[in-house]
Design a protein around this ligand. Structure first.
Ligand code: SGN
Ligand code: CA
Length: 525
């Protein structure tokens, strides 16, 4: 505990101390950097909490993530970690700014991030940190505030991916999760200024759709049966319209070719050709030969089986999940490489490592894949953190935290001041095993991409407390209310249940309060 108290005192006084030292001509930058912690932020894309074995879900036994779990075992698992707007670009903009989408200006994928605005990497740089980002970015404008960066264009590609660099676009050979990690380790090893502390963001493309496994894991899980969720065949009874109108079901939305990897023997139409070009068409001869050797025998067996109805959905679920989990296997291997590197170089003693994902994902719950909804599976995101001397080993936190809190956390950890206009709260007290009595007891959510866009999820906003959730689908003018204690899978919309009238009223008041507090423009119903 002694170490923890010292660290807290250091953090509290860090601002004053830095100022005082700045005037000293003989200031030893190296000595100073050894006191301020480094940060490694490992951030994957669409990695469901349920597919991190440290969270102990139905998948933990069949598809463990031993390296990611090292972070939880040596540090903390956040049990109630949520996003503010469950879609890629917006989540990344929230992380950078510590502000909700309506204030950072990035509400939907396809928006352009305004790089002029205040972000934590710029503030860290100004405070003497080296900053770097490698991998998925998806913000429409190039990174600003980084000493080094190489990012994927848009969604990027799994095989032989291009990267945008300060010198233009560059093609790389190999598998994306390995390449992103190679770049990050190369920067740590050979390019950074070792006199300064660093903040490194390792941002994986995997396990995003279309779930293309790497060469090391093409047949992993071949002999395993992936457990199904209880509501794989949800009929959306007792729910609102939005759940029925979505276009993200395993049964109807998933494509046989690029999603499920059963391509026709001859591709004749131009749409399929375009999909081939952006997926398996990128593999070189050797990579494609390995791919076909792994998939074609399984595909032939499937073609012969003539499955239909529920059996076909079950087959699709197995194929989807295995590919998704194979992609995660490569992410996990690469997390292991980063952790091993830090340990070998002795950097682990002064580095705080986080693992998270832009948002979670449906793994067949409600019959779905994808995200977007404020329902639990996509509202949540994994969040693990380890840091010797700060984060107690093998600990957990039940506090409701959001991606909105990360910028503030990084700033406090590095001894920088948290600007007043950031909207989250630093997780530093929680990381030390304390829960401030004033910690939030409700979170605000708003999804903007909307109907007519990919997956057809209607716009909505809402509030979640520890037990209840109230959602307003405003273009449908429909409210939904769930009791997460009695109905954790959200199968019964209780908005019309008289037993909940008082609670619903309370949550409507809370929703109005939160929208005012976060300066959301427009009226609240
Ligand atoms: C692509 C995917 C969608 C996915 C969005 C957003 N289709 O359009 O399924 O919801 O990205 O994902 S795909 O066939 O091109 O893979 S996000 O993670 O970037 O927000
Ligand atoms: Ca994503």
């Amino acid at each position: 505990m002694q170490g923890t108290i010292n660290r807290r005192d250091f953090l509290r006084h860090a601002g004053t101390r830095t100022l005082a030292l700045a005037g000293l001509a003989h200031m030893d930058a190296h000595a100073q950097s050894s006191k301020r912690p480094n940060i490694v932020w490992i951030y994957s894309d669409d990695h469901a909490q349920a597919a991190v074995s440290a969270y102990g879900s139905r998948l933990a036994e069949v598809a463990p993530t031993p390296n990611i779990d090292r972070i939880a075992n040596q540090g903390m698992r956040f049990n109630n970690s949520f996003v503010t707007n469950s879609i890629c670009g917006p989540c990344r903009a929230v992380i950078l700014t510590g502000k909700h989408s309506h204030l950072n200006g990035f509400r939907k994928n396809g928006d352009k991030f305004n790089p002029q605005q205040q972000t934590f990497p710029k503030l860290l740089q100004g405070n003497g940190y080296q900053t770097a980002v490698f991998g998925k970015w998806h913000l429409g404008t190039n990174p600003v505030g980084f000493n080094a960066w190489e990012v994927l264009p848009g969604q990027g590609h799994y095989y032989n991916p291009d990267f945008i660099t300060a010198e233009g676009k560059k093609k790389n050979h190999g598998y994306v999760s390995d390449i992103i990690t190679d770049k990050a380790l190369h920067w740590l090893d050979e390019e950074r200024d070792t006199d300064k502390p660093f903040m490194l963001m390792v941002q994986h493309k995997a396990p995003h759709r279309e779930w293309e496994p790497g060469p090391d894991h093409l047949t992993t899980f071949d002999d395993v049966e992936i457990p199904e969720p209880d509501n794989l065949f949800d009929d959306y009874e007792n729910r609102g319209s939005a759940a029925k109108l979505q276009d993200m079901s395993i049964e109807k939305t998933m494509t046989m070719d690029s999603d499920l990897k059963v391509w026709p023997k001859n591709i004749s139409d131009s749409k399929a050709q375009r999909k081939w070009n952006r997926t398996l068409g990128r593999l070189n001869e050797k990579q494609l030969a390995a791919w076909n050797a792994a998939y074609e025998p399984k595909n032939d067996a499937f073609r012969k089986s003539n499955l239909s109805g529920k059996d076909l959905v079950r087959w699709k679920y197995q194929r989807y999940m295995k590919d998704y989990l194979r992609c995660i296997r490569s992410v996990d291997d690469n997390v292991g490489r980063v952790l091993d590197y830090l340990r070998e170089k002795g950097l682990d003693k002064n580095t705080i490592v986080f693992y998270s994902s832009d948002q979670s994902f449906y793994l067949g719950e409600h019959g779905w894949f994808d995200k977007r909804f404020m329902y639990e599976e996509s509202l949540r995101t994994p969040l693990l953190a380890m840091g010797p001397g700060i984060v107690p080993e093998g600990s957990t936190s039940d506090a409701m935290v959001q991606n909105l809190d990360m910028a503030e956390t990084f700033l406090e950890l590095t001894g920088a001041r948290v600007p007043d206009d950031m909207q989250g709260a630093s997780l530093v007290p929680l990381l030390k095993g304390e829960k401030p009595p004033t910690w939030r007891d409700a979170i605000y959510y708003h999804y903007y991409e909307g109907e007519g866009k990919v997956h057809n999820v209607y716009v909505h906003y809402g509030v979640r407390t520890e037990r209840y959730k109230l959602i307003y689908f405003y273009t449908l003018d429909e409210w939904e209310f769930y009791d997460l204690k009695t109905d954790p899978a959200e199968m019964r919309n209780e908005i019309g249940n008289a037993n909940y009238t008082a609670e619903i009223k309370r949550l409507r008041t809370e929703l109005r309060r939160l929208r005012k507090h976060y300066q959301v423009p427009g009226d609240t119903a």
